[in-house]
Design a protein around this ligand. Structure first.
Ligand code: HEC
Ligand code: HEC
Length: 364
């Protein structure tokens, strides 16, 4: 650290201040599969094999929660495409919030995290659940103390970051680096659209793609974007589809408005990716649609009327039943393969699941 002339402490390159620490190992390149753009990497957190491995362990470790029962994977589980099978998740002591856990898959590409965009990065996002009273209900100091007390972690932090006293920013950075490896492309759609393999998509799914793109038909692409060389299936913007609105147009959640206080953002939520959709039911910010077909039916009906319904949302009841089926076939062709080494480390494999079971049986 250097003392700047004006008396403010500034970080020097040799000795970065808290939060600006860089991992000590060799930076690894995360290879994006077919159909995905390069993974954005923040300058102050280049991933290394050791920081990714540490982040993977932390992601699956229920020790991050106050009572040692809930890990990130309890709500973003690999068997449910890194989302939650429940409409809203169960945190410690079976507490519930009011939003559905979105998938962690491809969250590396989100310029803003959460349904309302309230976190600017994966690093910032990762600290949220640790202190959220209905999620892990811990304190950041408590997490650091818990990890510091485990000799295994002291060694792993030293290996990845060249130091242990453990710091919460290093916990968050490690988890974020792991999350940047949880990416899925190379689906049948990608092999057809970007790989030019005509056989990769069934004729029905190919028709579904045309309907998805066609401004006169379903026009889904206006928000679930497909680019020239890659597709994230999101415009990274916030829209009001009237999900959760009652018959009088009252919304169950103000969404993006909570962050901007801008009336136009009332009831708006971030457009989610549609990749690996099939394995992560239920859908939408409140998990209110049990199947993809239910989600599609919402669009067919033109969304739920409310004062802030997005102008792009209108009834699609003119689509024939064959066209609706083609659309579903297309949405089912967006399931990409995930990398092999993103599951729980062997010694933590059973932890989140058994922790959930204990919580369930202990609750009446
Ligand atoms: C008790 C359940 C629960 C736990 C535990 C949990 N999350 Fe979440 N996660 C959620 C919910 C619910 C949301 C959406 C909340 C919102 O948008 O307001 C979310 C949002 C996210 C997002 C944003 C994704 C996007 O598309 O915007 C990421 C990334 C994420 N969580 C990662 C993590 C990590 C990393 C951990 C562990 C440190 C974790 N979560 C722990 C339930 C959970
Ligand atoms: C105006 C922008 C917009 C258009 C057009 C649009 N979507 Fe969406 N989509 C969204 C937003 C925003 C959400 C999340 C809404 C919420 O949870 O309140 C969403 C959610 C979804 C989901 C749930 C995904 C998840 O992870 O929960 C599916 C499936 C979906 N859209 C499919 C479609 C299809 C199919 C079409 C075309 C018929 C379409 N969308 C058109 C913006 C749009």
């Amino acid at each position: 650290m250097l003392m700047a002339a004006n008396g403010i402490w500034r970080a020097s390159a040799q000795s970065p201040a808290r939060g600006t620490a860089l991992p000590v190992g060799k930076t690894v390149r995360i290879k994006a599969p077919l159909g995905l753009p390069p993974v954005p990497i923040p300058a102050d957190n280049p991933p290394t094999a050791d920081s990714i491995a540490l982040g993977r362990r932390l992601y699956y470790d229920p020790q991050l929660s106050v009572d040692g029962t809930i890990s990130c994977a309890s709500c973003h589980a690999p068997q449910f495409a890194f989302a939650d099978e429940h409409p809203v998740s169960f945190g410690v002591s079976k507490k519930t919030g009011n939003r559905h856990a979105p998938t962690v898959i491809n969250s590396a590409y989100n310029p803003l995290q959460f349904w309302d965009g309230r976190a600017p990065s994966l690093e910032e996002q990762a600290k949220g659940p640790m202190t959220n009273p209905v999620e892990m209900a811990h304190s950041l100091d408590g997490v650091v103390q818990r990890l510091q007390a485990d000799p295994k972690y002291a060694a792993l932090f030293r290996k990845a970051w060249g130091k242990d006293p453990i710091e919460i920013d290093l916990v968050a950075k490690s988890i974020a680096s792991f999350e940047r490896t949880v990416i899925a492309g190379d689906s049948p759609f990608d092999r057809f659209y970007y790989g030019h393999d005509e056989k990769a998509l069934s004729p029905a799914a190919q028709r579904g793609l045309k309907i998805f793109l066609d401004p006169k038909k379903a026009d889904c692409e206006v928000c679930h974007t497909i680019g020239k060389t890659s597709a994230l299936f999101t415009d990274n913007k916030f829209h009001n589809l009237g999900v959760g609105a009652d018959t009088r147009g009252n919304l169950n959640d103000v969404g993006r408005f909570s962050q901007t206080k801008n009336d136009a953002d009332m009831g708006c939520f971030k457009t989610p990716t549609l990749r690996n959709l099939a394995h992560r039911a239920p859908y939408m910010h409140d998990g209110s649609f049990p199947t993809v077909k239910d989600a599609l039916a919402h669009y067919i009906g033109g969304g739920n009327a409310n004062d802030h319904l997005d102008k792009q949302i209108h009834a699609l009841d003119f689509l024939t039943f064959d066209e609706r089926n083609d659309l579903l076939q297309f949405l089912d062709a967006l399931n990409g393969k995930l990398p092999a080494n993103i599951g729980p480390p062997p010694d933590l494999a059973a932890a989140p699941v058994s922790a959930q079971k204990t919580t369930k049986t202990s609750a009446k």
